[in-house]
Design a protein around this ligand. Sequence first.
Ligand SMILES: Cc1cc2nc3c(=O)[nH]c(=O)nc-3n(C[C@H](O)[C@H](O)[C@H](O)COP(=O)(O)OP(=O)(O)OC[C@H]3O[C@@H](n4cnc5c(N)ncnc54)[C@H](O)[C@@H]3O)c2cc1C
Length: 335
Amino acid sequence: MPHPKNNSLRPYNTFGMDVQARKVIRIASIEDLKSVLQIHRPQEIRIIGGGSNILMTKNIDAVCLINQFSGKSIVRRDDEHVWVRFASGENWHEAVQWCVNQGFGGLENLSLIPGTCGAAPIQNIGAYGVELKDVFDSLEAFHLESQQIEIMHADDCHFAYRDSIFKQHAKGKYFILSITLRLSLHPNLNTSYGGIQSALDNQGILNPNIRDVAEVVIAIRKSKLPDPLIIGNAGSFFKNPVIPESLFQSLQKTHPHIPSFPAKDGVKIPAAWLIEQCGWKGFRDGDAGVHPHQALVLVNYHQASGMDIFALSEKIITSVQQAFNISLEREVNIW
Ligand SMILES: Cc1cc2nc3c(=O)[nH]c(=O)nc-3n(C[C@H](O)[C@H](O)[C@H](O)COP(=O)(O)OP(=O)(O)OC[C@H]3O[C@@H](n4cnc5c(N)ncnc54)[C@H](O)[C@@H]3O)c2cc1C
């Protein structure tokens, strides 16, 4: 069904960019998808979940499908695990909360990430030491060209740090219909990241459960990240770069306090630190800025355009490159 008022995408992106789409269509069933494909080619289609990981830099000359697939079900259970399927249009945080309420462990560290369940595999969402791939079983995806439904398991999705096949060669080819997650009935808590353990200690919680962890994560996130309803943003704008050991060692000579984490193919450096070192934290030019408390988050104070935010991101990339010889990569999808 066409959007009743106009084709503004403003309600559908957390940066609050007021760009126009060629058409906006809400999709809640495979029949809806098929009827769109009777009129439009797959190349003319863009999919939007919660719009929390997209920077819209211009009017979108495409048919924008707003994902409204809904529903959840328990598909299987054994002594250790439960498999839960979420329709792709379900809100991620509500899905996490539902699991926490059921006592199903594994998602608590991923509380309060905005967006839909269907977008979670796209960049293998992650936070506080957990990634989607850690609980992922499979997904159902509708291939826009063949109009067939395919089942994909973790190996098929090529999950990596904020990456998957859906950001690489399968980009734009599928509409993810549902995800199935394998959750634990006897959860092992992961409290070692980002101040979770110290927050639990401060509250005197000696034997935390998944609800305690979820609540602490929610509180930490609320204290650190700007609420997109108040200041437009898409969370972390850049990925944390992984650099070769040799570059890290030479940077340590000039910057003895450079923070780092071990990574698979080198050393991971917090992008926020690099950006802060280059003096960008709290920077503001018109309504485009770098959040004063979180250098990784670019913000739209109100009237910035997508191009203003993009231009700021270019300047940040250039200055980090010049200062550290490190190429920052954008995490946010640029449209
Ligand atoms: C305040 C804030 C905090 C955040 N914190 C985190 C964090 O901690 N960790 C993290 O990983 N991310 C974080 N993000 C980013 C974002 O929430 C996630 O990437 C989320 O999964 C995006 O979901 P969405 O439904 O909004 O996707 P959208 O932004 O709507 O779409 C993102 C991409 O996925 C595609 N897509 C969406 N749905 C489908 C589908 N059903 N089938 C095929 N393609 C699809 C879109 O076409 C687009 O390319 C944060 C964002 C904000 C605003």
